[in-house]
Each structure stands twice: as C-alpha cells, then as structure tokens.
Design a protein around this ligand. Structure first.
Ligand SMILES: *Cc1c(COP(=O)(O)O)cnc(C)c1O
Length: 462
C-alpha cells in the first residue's frame, strides 16, 4: 500500500514515510492510493473480534509490509492497554434508535487518545527502527495537547513541546497538560489566542532549515495514522449493534471540527461498512454544516462556544473528502484549493452537492440548544453528555429519519467541560484520575506570542 497526495505532486510513499511527512510536501494531504474493500464475509468474521484484534486487521490493510505483523500487534496492544474500559470504546444504549459510542476511556478522557496513544507508540517505534530523532511540536486549544503529551511522555528518542493559549483552555485541560513532569515534555503557555499558537507552529514548519535542523514532527489531525486509528471504532460500534441483533445500515452522528473524525467514518463506509447517513454536527462555527446543506464552503467569523474543540473555521481534513468527492482528480482538488486561497470559498455545483447529500446530513447546534440537550438527556435518561457529544446528539435528533438507528460519537467525558455543565445546575463527581490532578504541581513556561520567544525556548529544550 502506497500513499499519494490529494494534489498529485508527491511520488507514492510507504506508510511510515507518510506518517513522518505529515502534511504532503506539495501542500496537499496524504491518502491511500486505493481504499481496501472489506467483503460481507470478512465483516462477518470481524464481528466477534476484540477491539485490539479488529484494529490489527484494519491497520494491516493500510500498513502493508512496512511493519511486521507481530510488531504491529505489539503497538496496538500497548496503545489500548492504557484505556480504562475492557472494550476500549464501549457502546451505550440510550434508546432503541440511539446509541452512544463512548470514546473517552483513554488517559485524557477525550477521543483523541484513541489515535494519539497509537501515534505516540508509532513515533517511538520509528525512532528505534530508523534511529531518527523525533521532536514533536504542536498547538492546542485543549484536547490534542493533553492527549499528545500523554501519548509520548517518558518515551525514549522523543521530545514534545505543546503551545496552548495561556488561561484560555478549560481548567482540567490545563492541568492534564501541565501536571506532567517528564523531562521530554515542554508546555509553553502563550500570551495570546489559539490562532497565535497555530500561526507560530505553521511558521516554524515553514522555516525549512529550522525544521530539518531540529527534526520537527507534526501531531495534528492531518496525520493519516490518526484517521486510520479512528476508522476502527466505526467498525467496532457497528459490530456491537450487530451482536445485539441489529441488521442493515446504522447512522453515525459526529461532532465535527477539523473533519478528521467524520472523515474516518467516510473511510469506513467506503471500505464497505453498512453506514447509513453520516450526520455532521457543528456548533455555531457552522461552515461544514453550511457546505453539506448548500454546497458552499466559506469560513466566517470565529465564535466561542461550549464545545471549544469544535471552534474551528478552516477544517484541515476537508481536502481529503474533496479528493474523493471528485473521484480522485488531484488536478481538480489543486484548482479548488487555489480558488479557496484566492476567494476564501469553494462552491460545488448542484450535481456534486447531490452526491454530498447522499452520504452526509448536517445540522449546526446553537449554544443554548447545546445546553438544553445536556439538561434534557440528563433528566430523561440519567446520562450526562459533554457539550461536544451533545451537539452530535442534537443533530441526530434533528436529521435522523424515522426507524433509523444512530450511533452518536461521544468525543469527551463531561468532567472536562464542567464550566458548561454547571450552567445547567448539574453537579458531577469527577473521575478519580481527574480529581487527582488538582493536587499536582504544574510545569509550564509563559511566553510572549512571537516566533522568536518560542524558538529560543525550543532551541534550549532540544
Ligand atoms: C477534536 C475534538 C472534536 C472534533 O474532531 P475533528 O476530528 O477535529 O472533527 C470533537 N470533540 C472533541 C471533544 C474533540 O476533542
């Protein structure tokens, strides 16, 4: 299996090189040269596999010869041994037509652990195998940073530096990142916003000499390993329903920011999983919902919401979908992205929009509506949704058809967003692991919001 760029200008490369490249060198995103097809027979064979066994089967299709199967198995087993639930991502029945896929049983209580535990181990493997130095730098609005740090803390051959906007992440998110005391972790709290952090990171990577001299590696959601790891739980969730007698397609409702998680669902469907509708849920940053409903992709004004991990205007994985929407026409994708750069928007014609709507339905959830759904589900079903998950559930309630069965992806534990939960006068008990964070010392360096401030800290750290 080889990987190629959505813009067509990168010669085909193997899995490990694709991981190391991150963003494709031609500015596009890496995709597998073909999508492996899973037959009905194989689906049936996979139905009783454990999460780890299933992950191994799916990864094998994509990793191919790049990692021997026994070593890949070890990577998978190590990555999911850190989860608190034996099923890794269990499914909870809320009603006959609504099930919640709990993706938050990893070390940082957010779904990003599913991919970043694996990517951390993968980086560590590559560092050993290829004797290469791995220096990860990334920006976070909260969940990615904690999860990435947890994925590589204490690992030999790897150092990680995460930038977060000082005082602008939730209390629990800040503690999860800054109470880590391993020597290979550096937290920089930037005086500024998440956009400032992201801009600094982009410019560091654009400085090719600096990037090579200091072996910078990316951890953001455009990394193809993250997408693959997330594909597994779509299969796993479907099989949980099937084991309880469900037949036929199931919808998946996905709270969306960078289009990474929902793209993994798209991939699962393209591989042959009987996915009904992919329900795309956004908060008030509704660019993607607008695209699915009107065919116009146009970032607008940034809004702060109760679901900050979805407060995103430019969805970095969207280009991957465009590539498949246009039948793998890389020249067309390159032209569309040029148009996007010049005019700040992409518009698709009616026949293309029709194809989008055959796969996706979408709904944008307002701030009040999000809190109402949290309150309603708590009162009615005694189940506490975090604000991101609540967006997915709200969207499912709006757009799923009668008689359809929907799996709503739960992307975070409510304890991470207590500030919002409390607005509905709901008191929750923190899980033991989160409560323990409040007694730990914090390690972070506050820096100004310029490239030079960050660069000098990095040079000293590496
Ligand atoms: C990152 C994140 C999302 C959005 O996922 P994408 O892959 O960016 O679409 C949703 N919910 C939570 C809790 C997250 O951390």
């Amino acid at each position: 299996m080889k990987y190629i760029s959505t813009r067509g200008k990168v010669p085909p490369i193997g899995f490990i090189d694709a991981i190391l490249m991150g963003l494709a060198d031609d500015g596009g995103l890496l995709v597998p040269e073909r999508i492996p097809q899973v037959s009905a027979d194989t689906l049936q064979k996979w139905q009783r596999l454990s999460y780890q066994e299933l992950a191994l089967e799916i990864f094998t299709l994509y990793v191919d010869q790049d990692i021997p199967r026994d070593e890949l198995k070890q990577l998978v087993d190590d990555s999911y041994a850190t989860f608190r639930h034996e099923d890794v991502t269990p499914v909870r029945r809320i009603r006959n037509d609504l099930h919640v896929l709990e993706l938050f049983h990893g070390p940082t209580f957010a779904f990003k652990d599913v991919a970043l535990q694996f990517l951390g181990n993968l980086y560590s493997y590559v560092s050993r195998k290829r004797n290469s130095i791995i220096h990860i730098v990334g920006a976070t609005s909260g969940d990615t940073g904690a999860s990435a740090i947890e994925g590589v803390r204490g690992k030999e051959g790897i150092k990680i530096c995460i930038l977060h906007p000082h005082g602008k992440v939730s209390r629990v998110q800040e503690l999860q990142m800054t109470t880590v005391d391993d020597a290979n972790v550096l937290n920089l709290a930037v005086e500024g916003t998440f956009d400032d952090c992201q801009r600094i990171i982009k410019e560091l990577f654009a400085d090719v000499d600096f990037k090579h001299q200091y072996h910078l590696r990316a951890i953001n959601s455009i990394n193809i390993a993250r997408i693959l790891a997330q594909t597994v739980y779509y299969f796993f969730a479907y099989f949980q329903l099937a084991n309880h007698g469900h037949t036929g397609p199931a919808n998946f409702s996905v709270p969306t920011g960078n289009f990474g998680d929902i793209f993994a669902g798209y991939l699962a469907k393209a591989m042959g999983l009987p996915v009904g509708k992919l329900i795309l849920a956004t908060n008030e940053n509704n660019i993607l919902a607008h695209f699915v409903n009107e065919g116009v992709y146009q970032p607008g004004e940034f809004k702060s919401t109760h679901s900050p991990s979805m407060d995103i205007q430019v969805a970095s994985n969207f280009e991957r979908y465009l590539y498949y929407l246009y039948g793998g026409d890389a020249a067309k994708v390159a032209a569309l992205m040029d148009e996007f750069k010049a005019q700040g928007r992409v518009i698709v014609p009616a026949d293309v929009l029709e194809r989008v709507q055959e796969t996706f339905a979408a709904y944008a959830v307002g701030n009040e509506e999000c809190l109402n759904v949290i309150g309603d589900y708590y009162a009615k079903y005694d189940y506490l949704l975090d604000p991101h998950t609540a967006c997915g559930v709200a969207a499912s309630d709006r757009v799923a058809g009668d008689g359809e069965v929907t799996v709503a992806l739960s992307t975070a534990h409510p304890a991470k967003f207590d500030e919002s939960i409390r607005l509905r006068e709901i008191t929750q008990t923190y899980p033991r692991e989160i409560q323990a964070l409040f007694d730990k010392a914090q390690h972070q360096t506050v820096v100004g919001g310029t490239n030079e401030d960050v660069k000098s800290r990095l040079v000293a750290f590496f």
